[in-house]
Design a protein around this ligand. Structure first.
Ligand SMILES: *[C@@H]1O[C@H](CO)[C@@H](O)[C@H](O)[C@H]1NC(C)=O
Ligand SMILES: *[C@@H]1O[C@H](CO)[C@@H](O)[C@H](O)[C@H]1NC(C)=O
Ligand SMILES: *[C@@H]1O[C@H](CO)[C@@H](O)[C@H](O)[C@H]1NC(C)=O
Ligand SMILES: *[C@@H]1O[C@H](CO)[C@@H](O)[C@H](O)[C@H]1NC(C)=O
Ligand SMILES: *[C@@H]1O[C@H](CO)[C@@H](O)[C@H](O)[C@H]1NC(C)=O
Ligand SMILES: *[C@@H]1O[C@H](CO)[C@@H](O)[C@H](O)[C@H]1NC(C)=O
Ligand SMILES: *[C@@H]1O[C@H](CO)[C@@H](O)[C@H](O)[C@H]1NC(C)=O
Ligand SMILES: *[C@@H]1O[C@H](CO)[C@@H](O)[C@H](O)[C@H]1NC(C)=O
Ligand SMILES: *[C@@H]1O[C@H](CO)[C@@H](O)[C@H](O)[C@H]1NC(C)=O
Ligand SMILES: *[C@@H]1O[C@H](CO)[C@@H](O)[C@H](O)[C@H]1NC(C)=O
Ligand SMILES: *[C@@H]1O[C@H](CO)[C@@H](O)[C@H](O)[C@H]1NC(C)=O
Ligand SMILES: *[C@@H]1O[C@H](CO)[C@@H](O)[C@H](O)[C@H]1NC(C)=O
Length: 484
């Protein structure tokens, strides 16, 4: 990892820590509801729907019976209501239309905030889809109810608004009658509602289309009743008395809250992240160092091909695979000899016998020597000189391919091996071999030229000398160059 990318990583980490607190605020606006299209935005209970441009919280009248029903429609995404001591504020504005199906209608509709998106069973009738007999008093829910039925003795009347928390018992309620508002007057009119929460007080404004709004306000700490993340939406119910519970438009926005960072988390996460960064740094440093080492090994012999191919009589370049196949993967059985430079293997290239000199990795023979050997021996033509066929440099393998000499090294013929019956060559014969008939002059002059023009080849003189081989008894024999 480079310093700049490490820096970026740290900055990214800092940013992540800063925004650990996903705002989770909501801002949406439905001036009207599009059938089908908007359904995907909501969690809709069985008997609820979006139809005819409105949310129908309970069944529409077209159904055979709409008695004893409850329903819930929640906005799909919850929002963050509070975190630590930070509390969100919101503004929920909607238009409801309640049409009595009986005389009078029932039971009511409510704007709700809840963490539970599941409609409670048996929450019909007086429960308004808010709670049921079991969860009344324990459920985590806050509701602003628009009650059209005095189903409980605690209810003010059959036309009131109330604020409920955890139960259907209203913390505060207000009749709408004196404000000229009749929730289910039987006339087709809209009730406009604004529910404002400023993190301390909950305020509800209710009005008919034309008149002054009724205002109900109470101090309410929603974090006392609700978890941090809640859904917003509507619930409604019918009982023996029925009505159509519609929401015709809805605008909602809530504020961002800066989540109080969990310090424990931070104290664990930051050292962990720093540790991870350092580990990553060390790992990447080691990795890049290893890579550098590897690269420098590879770079030890750069442009080896260029240098070889630039000589006039460039020998053939072999693929490592070919030579591996030819020598049976450098099978020890095919070993012809071993020296300080490495090992010579016998191989079969097509039907042609070859000798492959494999420069050992520990050998001092470097690139220059390798190139010198390939180019000088490769460009020398002497009938008594072992013929260089090609070379290979791949995967750190330096390989030189010679014609195969069945009789072994020239040394044996020059110096013998001290074995009985093995004769050394006589001086006369040695001369004949070296002069090689008519080619001798050409050989020496060419060698002289190479020698003088390439001072770096000086050390090769020795090798070339040993590269000569002799014809003894009609059989070729020779020493592979630089065997000493
Ligand atoms: C909320 O959404 C409305 C459009 O629906 C947009 O005009 C308004 O700028 C948004 N407000 C914020 C605070 O994102
Ligand atoms: C509605 O439920 C009540 C019990 O809560 C029951 O007495 C009544 O018959 C039901 N009404 C209808 C129409 O099913
Ligand atoms: C849904 O409506 C059907 C038919 O009116 C009724 O039987 C059922 O109880 C209702 N479900 C709920 C959860 O209100
Ligand atoms: C709602 O959004 C408006 C601007 O779109 C903004 O002025 C207002 O403060 C927001 N209300 C809340 C409760 O965030
Ligand atoms: C609440 O939202 C409604 C509709 O978006 C807007 O008319 C009203 O001014 C807002 N009230 C406050 C206090 O933000
Ligand atoms: C709704 O209530 C009014 C009186 O308040 C009544 O005249 C009307 O018939 C009721 N509607 C239905 C469908 O029962
Ligand atoms: C959500 O409400 C349903 C129905 O009342 C209930 O079965 C379920 O246990 C509640 N889930 C949570 C997490 O309170
Ligand atoms: C609902 O619960 C509240 C508070 O726990 C209680 O005062 C009220 O009587 C209950 N209502 C019913 C109908 O059980
Ligand atoms: C609401 O309107 C209906 C029909 O006009 C009437 O019967 C009922 O008494 C009214 N309710 C109130 C609380 O004024
Ligand atoms: C909440 O209401 C109380 C009294 O109704 C008032 O004193 C207080 O200033 C209000 N808080 C805010 C934030 O408006
Ligand atoms: C709306 O309310 C006002 C009082 O604020 C009242 O005078 C008026 O008659 C009401 N309009 C309807 C259509 O109910
Ligand atoms: C509903 O009506 C039935 C009779 O049809 C009655 O027995 C029952 O008590 C009523 N339920 C309520 C909650 O009013």
């Amino acid at each position: 990892m480079q310093f700049s990318s490490l820096q970026n990583y740290v900055i990214l980490l800092a940013l992540l820590c800063g925004t650990l607190t996903p705002a989770g605020c909501l801002n949406f606006s439905y001036p009207t509801f599009k059938d089908k299209v908007d359904e995907k935005d909501f969690i809709i209970s069985t008997n609820s729907s979006i139809a005819m441009g409105a949310i129908r919280v309970t069944h529409d009248a077209s159904q055979a019976s709409i008695n004893n029903e409850s329903g819930r429609v929640l906005y799909k995404k919850p929002f963050r209501l509070w975190s630590g001591r930070n509390k969100a504020s919101f503004n929920s504005t909607f238009v409801i239309k309640i049409s009595n199906e009986t005389n009078p209608g029932g039971e009511g509709l409510a704007f709700i905030l809840t963490a539970n998106d599941t409609l409670p069973e048996k929450s019909d009738g007086q429960w308004l889809g808010i709670v049921n007999a079991n969860s009344n008093g324990t459920a985590q829910i806050v509701a602003v109810e628009f009650d059209t039925s005095k189903s409980d003795e605690q209810d003010l009347d059959d036309n009131h608004v109330g604020v409920d928390a955890n139960s259907i018992l209203s913390l505060k309620q207000e009749s709408l009658t004196s404000y000229g508002i009749n929730l289910s007057s039987g006339r087709d009119y809209n009730v406009h509602v604004t529910v404002l929460y400023d993190s301390q007080n909950l305020t509800v404004f209710v009005s008919n289309e034309t008149g002054e709004p009724m205002k109900l306000s109470l101090a309410l700490d929603l974090s006392h009743y609700l978890p941090e993340k809640v859904y917003v939406g509507f619930s409604a119910s019918t009982g023996n008395k029925t009505q159509l519970n519609c929401v015709r438009s809805w605008h909602f926005n809530s504020s961002h809250i800066h989540e109080k960072p969990n310090l424990l988390w931070v104290w664990i996460a930051i050292p962990a992240a720093v540790g991870a960064v350092m580990l990553a740094g060390v790992a990447s440093y080691l990795y890049s160092r290893r890579r550098l080492e590897k690269e420098s090994l590879e770079d030890a012999y750069p442009r080896i091909e260029e240098e070889i191919q630039s000589t006039s009589m460039a020998p053939k370049k072999f693929k490592l695979k070919e030579l591996q196949r030819a020598t049976g993967r450098f099978n020890p059985k095919n070993k012809l000899g071993k020296g300080g430079f490495g090992t010579v293997y016998k191989g079969l290239l097509g039907n042609k016998e070859i000798a492959v000199k494999r420069v050992s990795k520990s050998s001092r023979q470097g690139k220059q020597e390798f190139i010198a050997e390939v180019t000088t021996i490769g460009s020398l033509r002497h009938k008594n000189l072992v013929k260089l066929i090609g070379w290979c440099y791949e995967s750190h393998e330096l390989l030189i391919v010679y014609e195969f000499m069945p009789n072994g090294s020239l040394d044996r013929f020059l110096f013998g091996e001290g074995k009985l019956g093995e004769e050394t060559l006589g001086w006369q014969r040695r001369h004949t071999i070296i002069s090689g008939g008519s080619t001798s002059t050409r050989l020496s002059s060419q060698w002289m030229r190479e020698e003088s023009s390439s001072p770096r080849y000086k050390s090769q003189q020795h090798h070339v000398r040993l590269g000569f081989h002799c014809q003894a008894g009609g059989l070729w024999t020779g020493s592979y160059p630089s065997a000493k």
